[in-house]
Design a protein around this ligand. Structure first.
Ligand code: SAM
Length: 224
């Protein structure tokens, strides 16, 4: 696939801002962000900014997608869990760098559109379901890597640590107010001990437990 000039410009901007991993930059360059944004925002798809995707949610800023993906230190044989599928953009980038992505989204309407999009674009190593990501995905655990794309409160949810494989890495935003949120990297060593490091300030939509009322009853959720 030939990259457009605006795609190349975005990748150069991300490199200047700290995304230095060539594989991550390559994955971003090969992911057509204009396919993941609503039609009225297509002309802004390669701006380094978050954009609305419906249901009050956003597609993440490309810089944050790049930095969080880089912080995961992915390998080609890894199994990755993403919480907060949204439009599927982050999952699409991850899918180029690991074996399989499992992703959970609490808004069924977003998930329905996203699954159609991912199938149309040929992303066959992503499995995305509707459910409460706060429960993780116990049937598929453990995961080599977990990424959360909505902000939890101050504490790292124990479910995610439990579902992380020994030697695994979890990257997630923490903080209740948008003026005081940071991305953290949590490592679980081979003995199960956990250490955490604060990476950078961010502004994410909140991680919300439970399903929205508009989803009705009947939870198509393998997540527990
Ligand atoms: N990953 C997306 C991307 O590629 O641009 C961005 C997702 S948006 C910033 C965060 C998403 O997390 C929203 O779609 C929101 O509905 C979802 N979310 C929030 N709480 C959740 C939960 N408990 N379980 C699953 N998804 C959740």
């Amino acid at each position: 696939m030939t990259s457009e000039p605006r795609q190349i410009r975005l990748v150069m901007e991300l490199r200047a801002e700290g995304v230095t991993d060539a594989a991550v930059l390559g994955a971003i360059e090969r992911t057509p962000r204009e396919e993941f944004v609503p039609p009225q925002f297509r002309d802004r798809a390669y701006e380094n900014t978050a954009l609305p995707i419906g249901e009050g949610q956003t597609i993440s800023q490309p810089l944050i997608v790049g930095l969080m993906t880089q912080a995961l230190q992915l390998g080609p044989r890894m199994k990755v869990l993403e919480i907060g599928t949204g439009c599927g953009y982050q999952a699409a980038v991850l899918s180029k760098l690991c074996r399989r992505v499992y992703s959970i989204e609490r808004h069924k309407s977003l998930l329905g559109e996203t699954n159609k999009r991912l199938a149309r674009l040929g992303y066959h190593n992503i499995t995305a379901i509707a459910g409460d990501g706060m429960k993780g995905w116990p049937e598929q655990a453990p995961f080599d890597r977990i990424i959360v794309t909505a902000a939890a409160s101050r504490e790292v949810p124990q479910t995610f640590i439990d579902q992380l494989a020994p030697g695994g890495i979890l990257v997630l935003p923490l903080g209740t107010s948008t003026s005081d949120q940071h991305v953290w990297r949590v490592r679980k060593d081979e003995e199960g001990s956990v250490t955490r490091e604060k990476l950078w300030a961010v502004r994410f939509v909140p991680l919300i437990g439970g399903m929205p009322e508009s989803n009705g009853r009947g939870q198509a959720n393998g997540a527990g």
